[in-house]
Design a protein. Sequence first.
Length: 239
Amino acid sequence: MLVVPPVEGETKLPSPYNLRHKIILKHKKLPEGQEESAQFIKNETSDIDIRSSVKNGIMYLEDLVDKDWEPHFFVLTQNKLFYTNSYRPDQGSDRSEDEEDSGSFQRPKSNVPNEELHFSEKWFHGRLPEGRKEAEQLLRAYSHLGDGTFLVRASVTFVGDYSLSFWHKGQVNHCRIYSKQDRQQTMYYLIEAKYFDSLYSLITHYRTSPLITPCFSIVLREPVPQPNLHETKEWYHKN
């Protein structure tokens, strides 16, 4: 962490290489009577390509009232920091990592809004710049994981909805994840009469129960991981 200002008399800014593992905090003077705040802007999240983020995960922010450090899921891009209103994983869970990997996909007991539960999931790729074509390329690259390999992406055709793409019998398949309003709550579904209160709950269900259609029956298995696209940039130094 950078704890002292740059050397006085310097005429050039430090290079990105010299700033590795450092954090610079810039103070911005605000007009009297105003306070600075950062917000999670929901209407921009559909345009975020999580794969190209510099970093994403959990960060802690101090509550200005209670002075407690609260967790938030964040996505850091090259020029913006996005974060959720809250992120409260189940603190009472005593399950081991082995138990968590054994196929138990219960919804976490938390105060995370339904529309934000999927943000931290490995299978959620946000908006893919090339849409269906890019999803197919990713699934072919990970086809060795077998039938049921999948990812979820923001739909390009149906703005605001999502698409499920998965590998089945040597081919890539795409399903639109529909949504509708029911008593002021958004419900998600792949087939009629099977509704879920969040995208997270829908995917969780079909990872343990088969998705049955007239053409096939499949259980979602391994998620396609999000490539770290920032690692291909010239300014990124792994070590």
